[in-house]
Design a protein around this ligand. Sequence first.
Ligand code: WQD
Length: 327
Amino acid sequence: MTWLITGGAGYIGAHVVRAMTEAGERAVVYDDLSTGLADRVPDGVPLVVGSTLDGERVTRALTDHEVTGVVHLAAKKQVAESLSLPLHYYRENVEGLRVLLDAVTAAGVRSFVFSSSAAVYGMPDVDLVTEETPCVPMSPYGETKLAGEWLVRAAGRAAGLSTACLRYFNVAGAARPDLTDTGVSNLIPMIFEKLADDLPPRVFGDDYPTPDGTCVRDYIHVVDLAEAHVAAARALRAAPGRDLTLNIGRGEGVSVREMIDRVNALTGHDRPPVVTPRRPGDPPRVVASADRAATELGWKARHGIDDMIASAWAGWQHLHPPTAARP
Ligand code: WQD
């Protein structure tokens, strides 16, 4: 069985490729390299450079490599950018998925794992978000992920394709420094960036209805997330006709202030943060119930916050080596 991993040259995709191949699965990467890096694709794993909007190219990749399962991660993922470029997000994330599913169902692929997001929930008003919590996305990005789930389930039912929609919570960390996230659009790299510039990290609002007034999130190590994909892919293969929707989180909330304190401690800094105004659209608390993934997949996260911070910090230093001391 060969798995086509779209977006396999991206930050999360590269970790999924690594986990799949380490688990003994055959993988082929399909990536347009718009943000992905060819260097992240391991030796021995074929890389097909193409867009999921290019149905002919997808079909050729599926047949050339005798693909029987797809893990679809290729997508645009910046919430703020999606607000200014909604049509671009719908084209890439929804139309790209529709074209992909057309090719996948025509080629007789049996299993499809879809990269969804906690962004489908919007502003959940519950302590722990379950898969039954209503989906009310607050951004075009979140809308495209929810619409993507609808497409995946509908196409799966019609074509006898087994499907899994994995709703990622806040992903962090790296398996190795060279696989780290190169973007600086999430909390941990944004803290690093400030510390590296000798500036205080920023807290976007401390008047939320949470214990310390700062937003609470469920951070998940990318290595654990990648292992959830392996477990989902295997569950689909073992039991055709499945239709899974699963939160992929740890079920543990960490506040922005707690995160900044841990980053300071683990990276040898001592920089108190500054509080700036709230970032529009931020929900106070988004923490997963991870029970269903445990029941359905036998999967559970193994890594904690310190592992995420330490591995992300090693990745940051790999990307930003200290400049040589001047004589
Ligand atoms: C976390 C918290 C910020 C930077 C987004 C998407 C979500 C998913 C993950 C893709 C928030 C606060 C941040 C800083 C801060 N993406 N913050 N100071 O917004 O929870 O989730 O990324 O699937 O869909 O919405 O993640 O890392 O941007 O922010 O106080 O310098 O940290 O306000 O409360 P977010 P984030």
